[in-house]
Design a protein around this ligand. Sequence first.
Ligand code: ADP
Length: 170
Amino acid sequence: MKIAIYPGSFDPVTSGHLNIIRRAANIFDKLIVCVMVNAGKNPMFTLAERVELIRRVTRDLPNVEVDGSSELLADYAKRRGSCVIVKGLRAGSDFENEFQMALINHKINPELDTMFLTAESQYMYLSSSTVKELGAYGVDLSDFLPKEIIPDFQRKIEQRIQSIQGGKGK
Ligand code: ADP
């Protein structure tokens, strides 16, 4: 059974991520979407929330499992019996970084290969951070986020705005 891992921050999962998930799930017997802890990022959603949001939008995909981990990706893949990491490649910016990570992961675990799926043109410039910026200005997000998670996202944005305003009043 060919098991692939699709790792990322998914803060939150976007329509671009979901497109990669659907395509990879068609190629492999099983796809594990793994929300990774990234110490350098200050996430909007907790790890458990991000896992739940991805589970919600992948309910119709029986060969997709959603997990969270703070392990080194190469170790996680070995533990889960996977030898393929799937990554999405957007215009320009992703290449250098992803190429470097693929080489490092292969060095740490020589049985591990990285496969890239090119982003669909309509998602080429979409990232979770762009969505978070647009959300703060009340832009319609229906082209960017799966519709099932838009209310959760809007609630988070409102909480953030309230905590900033509350902080200013003190
Ligand atoms: P970001 O915060 O930049 O959206 P993530 O760490 O959550 O990034 O992304 C996980 C993986 O999904 C990475 O391989 C990234 O290149 C890929 N990815 C992110 N957004 C898109 C998109 N719009 N289309 C295709 N792949 C994407």
